[in-house]
Design a protein around this ligand. Structure first.
Ligand code: ATP
Length: 248
């Protein structure tokens, strides 16, 4: 769904560590119901930026507004609305898939009577068969673990979902399922911030594209206007043009 209202406004965020300027004066806006694709080399500052939006890391300076409210002053304004899918799988592998889903339903304080509905909805989105849910997660393929990891973050029906490289090292079927599920979620009005390494993924699903390099935003705009200019570049060509100029 393309909408025009900004749900998130990131203004001049800086986060410096002793040896690096992880995030160096970053400003961008995310519109409600869009897929915001964030790209960048290793160490560009993407995960740090996501951790700041998720209120897990405090920036040195700058502000972030969620629906117009300052998340640093009141982290709860975004915490309740957010589903965060970290790079690492965060599941209890000795438990079954279903027990993981129920455990996280309890964590999110979802009423017992509503849990089945939440779980069924999530299984539809991530395309996991109910049959496999009785098996321990340790028996799952990498792609199944990833899908369940995403499902867990969707149980409380968040308005914003942040995914940090959710398709690294998984099979093509799971990868396509994840990408398609993000498109479906966005059509339903969920805002998606999707960090990826694979250009073709970002090109396929994003409405807006943001490229970070060495802590800074080096490219930002609506995908259609970025790629359909005079030269009709692919995202890979545009990315390489942009990043090679900065590295030189
Ligand atoms: N807790 C920390 N302490 C010190 N330096 C950090 C910390 N977290 C990140 N950094 C540094 O900040 C920079 C940005 O790291 P970040 O993980 O945000 O990049 P990234 O774009 O997510 O990379 P990747 O794609 O490899 O995950 C790197 O130089 C990293 O070493």
């Amino acid at each position: 769904m393309k909408a025009s209202m900004n749900i998130l406004e990131v203004n001049h965020i800086k986060k410096y560590y002793r040896k690096s300027r992880a995030v160096d004066d970053v400003t961008f806006q995310v519109k409600k119901g869009e897929i915001f694709g964030l790209l960048g080399e290793n160490g560009a500052g993407k995960s740090t930026m996501l951790s700041i939006i998720s209120t897990l890391v405090k920036p040195d300076s700058g502000t972030i507004l969620y629906e117009g409210k300052d998340i640093m002053k009141d982290p709860k304004v975004i915490q309740k609305k957010l589903g965060y899918v970290p790079q690492e799988i965060a599941l209890y592998t000795m438990l079954s898939g279903m027990d993981n889903l129920k455990f996280f339903c309890d964590m999110y304080h979802i009423n017992k009577k509503d849990q089945d509905e939440s779980i069924n909805k999530v299984l539809d989105i991530i395309g996991l068969d109910k049959g496999v849910l009785k098996n321990k997660v340790e028996t799952y393929s990498g792609g199944m673990k990833r899908r369940l990891n995403i499902g867990v973050a969707l149980l409380h029906r968040p308005d914003v979902v942040i995914l940090d490289e959710p398709t690294v090292g998984i099979d093509v079927q799971s990868r396509n399922q994840i990408l398609d599920s993000m498109i479906v979620l966005a059509k339903e009005g969920t805002t998606i911030i999707y960090v990826g390494h694979y250009m073709e993924e970002i090109e396929k699903i994003s409405d807006t594209i943001c490229v970070m390099e060495k802590g800074k935003v080096v490219l930002l705009g609506e995908k259609d206007s970025l790629l359909n200019g005079k030269s009709k570049l692919t995202l890979e060509e545009l990315y390489l043009n942009t990043v090679s100029k900065i590295i030189q």
